[in-house]
Design a protein around this ligand. Structure first.
Ligand SMILES: [Zn+2]
Length: 212
C-alpha cells in the first residue's frame, strides 16, 4: 500500500489538481481541511454544531477540532486506503499532532512539496480565471474559456497582487519551517512545480515509486 501524502505547495502550484490526479490514478482519498469543515458543519452532531458555530462567527477552528475531524475521517477508511492531506498541517503544533495521530493509527507518510518561485506563483495567480458557463478554472491571459470557448469569464476578486503577496509571505513564514523539519527527518520529496501539469504528475509518480 502507499504511504499517506502530505501535499505542500503555494497557491498557484497546482497542488489541488495533482491531488485529484493521484486520487484517480492511485486510489488516494483526499483530506482537504476547508471542504471537511464545510461538510462537518452541516451535520447534526455535537461536533457539527460546534464547527458551524465557530465558522459562522468567522473564527478559526482550533487544532483540537481539526484533529478530531481527521481522526473521524481516518475511521471511515480501511487501513489500506492511503490519504492525501491538502492544506494541513499549517503550524508546528499541527504538524506534531498530525504525525502523532498517523503513528497512533499505524500509518506512515511522505511529504511532497511542489516547488514554485514566488514570482511564478504571482504570475500564475494574476491570470487565473473561472468560466461562468461551464465552471472551469483555468490560468490563462486569454479572455476565452479553454474548455467551452465562452467569453463569460471572471477573474478572482482576491487575486490582486497585494493579497497574493501576503499569502505567499505567510507560506514562507509558516510552511517553510515545517519543510525544514521534514527534510531533516528524510520525509521530504520535492518536485519542480514550474513544469506542465503532466510533467509534475510524472515526477511525483516516479519519486513516489522510490519511497514506497
Ligand atoms: Zn467554459
Amino acid at each position: 500500500m502507499h504511504k499517506d501524502i502530505i501535499l505542500v505547495g503555494k497557491q498557484g502550484s497546482g497542488k489541488g489538481t495533482q491531488a485529484k490526479i493521484l486520487a484517480k490514478k492511485l486510489g488516494f482519498k483526499i483530506f482537504e481541511t476547508g471542504a471537511a469543515l464545510r461538510e462537518i458543519a452541516q451535520q447534526d452532531t455535537d461536533l457539527g454544531r460546534e464547527v458551524l458555530d465557530i465558522t459562522s462567527r468567522g473564527d478559526l477552528v482550533s487544532n483540537d477540532i481539526v484533529m478530531k475531524i481527521v481522526e473521524n475521517f481516518l475511521k471511515t477508511l480501511d487501513n489500506n486506503t492511503p490519504v492525501i492531506f491538502d492544506g494541513i498541517p499549517r503550524s508546528e503544533v499541527q504538524r506534531e499532532t498530525l504525525e502523532a495521530l498517523l503513528a497512533k493509527n499505524s500509518r506512515d507518510f511522505v511529504v511532497i512539496e511542489i516547488k514554485l518561485s514566488n514570482e511564478e506563483a504571482l504570475n500564475r495567480l494574476l491570470i487565473r480565471a473561472k468560466c461562468n458557463d461551464c465552471g472551469a478554472n483555468f490560468g490563462s491571459p486569454e479572455d476565452l474559456c479553454p474548455v467551452c470557448g465562452s467569453e463569460n469569464i471572471s477573474r478572482r476578486k482576491d487575486d490582486n497582487p497585494d493579497a497574493i503577496m501576503n499569502r505567499l509571505k505567510n507560506f514562507d513564514e509558516y510552511t517553510y519551517p515545517l519543510l525544514e523539519e521534514w527534510e531533516k527527518a528524510g520525509k521530504l520529496i520535492s518536485v519542480d512545480g514550474e513544469q506542465s501539469v503532466e510533467e509534475v504528475s510524472e515526477e511525483i509518480f516516479s519519486k513516489l515509486k522510490e519511497v514506497q
